[in-house]
Design a protein around this ligand. Structure first.
Ligand code: TXA
Ligand code: MG
Length: 350
């Protein structure tokens, strides 16, 4: 299949957008930017189209998709028994990086929800995404536009790398603003519960809803507790080289990483280091990449997936990363980083 790549970095291009809408209405696949990561879209109400997403990504078919809408009113067609909390969250965070789990209406095929009676809904804060949703009929199922097992795409180049020749169209809207997938909150059972941490933190949700729970599988050290969001159960992206997080006071972290890099260099092995704008000058004997500035946690979130992809294109035999427990997004960032590291952490406090 030939994949058409349309450049909309400088704004929406009408002819390209019409064509993208037609592709979706005919049951095809279009990758598009959102504020979080690039999505791989299909008509959410078309069983066959949704099925194509799983094929293109190589994704297990019991892992449900998020349905993207462009207006609050669209929610009534796809969800039933919508609780008042949904409207409160919409008023506070939509359009934005928040996904709500609600009860599914019969309009949504089980292919879209991975067989579940619930449906995930999000109204993204991105002009191109909303224009595409409208052009495509109002309901776009979209997971992140990466091959299953790769980091989520934060630039069109990442999507091209994974999906060229496999899908109908890629809309290039430049780099995403946030870089980490949306916060998922379940409103179908008991107290509102976070199933996946993201830009919208627990504190931000609690200001609107009062008490909010966190799926205990996200906090547990015990890997046998099953997360409620099916996608959080799968083994996630692991870089080609082993990734190890080094945690503790900044100075000791740097010293430990330098000592490890020196040992590796003596053995003729190249070490990769994920540092920050503030720390990168301290590292020796390594291929050092800055993930962003500790003074701006959003820069750290934005560069996380891209940096992991870059290391896969280099010849490092191990990667050491600092830990990024930043105030608002720290939980979301570390959730992804710890998974990528397969829980390998060196604690230099001891
Ligand atoms: O920011 C985002 O959410 C991006 C952009 C494209 O919108 N999308 C995204 O989709 O991250 P994906 O498919 O990579 O992740 C969706 C997550 C999975 O962990 C899935 O299991 C969970 O949402 N999910 C979807 N529907 C669900 C449901 N009904 N109940 C529980 N979890 C659900
Ligand atoms: Mg994903």
């Amino acid at each position: 299949m030939e994949t058409v790549i349309v450049n909309m970095r400088d704004g929406i291009e009408e002819a390209g957008m019409r064509r993208a809408g037609e592709i979706l209405r005919r049951g095809g696949l279009v990758a598009f930017p959102t504020e979080t990561v690039y999505g791989l879209g299909a008509d959410a109400l078309d069983e066959e189209a949704a099925g194509k997403i799983y094929q293109a990504k190589g994704r297990p078919s019991d892992n449900p998709l998020i349905v993207h809408i462009a207006d609050w009113d669209a929610i009534e067609k796809i969800a039933v028994d919508i609780p008042p909390e949904a409207k409160l969250l919409s008023d506070a965070f939509w359009p934005g990086p928040l996904t709500m789990i609600l009860k599914r209406s019969d309009a949504v095929p089980l292919a879209t929800t991975g067989g579940l009676d619930t449906v995930a809904v999000r109204l993204p804060n991105h002009e191109i995404a909303r224009a595409l949703i409208r052009a495509g009929g109002g309901y776009v199922a979209a997971p992140s536009a990466n091959t299953s097992g790769r980091p989520s795409p934060t630039k069109a180049e990442h999507v091209v790398r994974d999906m060229d020749g496999v899908i109908d169209m890629i809309i290039d809207g430049g780099d995403v603003r946030i870089g980490i997938e949306s916060t998922i909150v379940d409103l179908t059972e008991g107290a509102p519960t976070i199933l996946r941490p993201g830009y919208v933190s627990r504190e931000m949700l609690e200001k609107v809803l009062g008490r909010v729970e966190i799926d205990r599988a996200l906090l547990a050290e015990d890997e046998n507790i099953r997360p409620k969001a099916p996608g959080m159960r799968y083994r996630h992206y692991a870089p080609k080289a082993p990734l190890v997080i080094v945690e503790g006071p900044a100075q000791r972290v740097r010293e430990r990483i330098n000592a490890l890099s020196e040992e590796n260099a003596a053995d003729g092995r190249v070490t990769g280091v994920i540092g920050t704008d503030e720390s990168q000058g301290y590292y020796r004997n390594a291929l050092v990449k800055s993930i962003g500035s500790r003074a701006d946690e959003r820069s750290i979130a934005r560069h996380l997936y891209g940096i992991l992809r870059e290391f896969d294109d280099s010849e490092v035999s191990v990667i050491y990363s600092e830990s990024f427990d930043t105030p608002q997004m720290g939980q979301a960032i570390m959730n992804r980083l710890i998974k990528a590291a397969g829980h390998q952490i060196i604690d230099v406090n001891e």
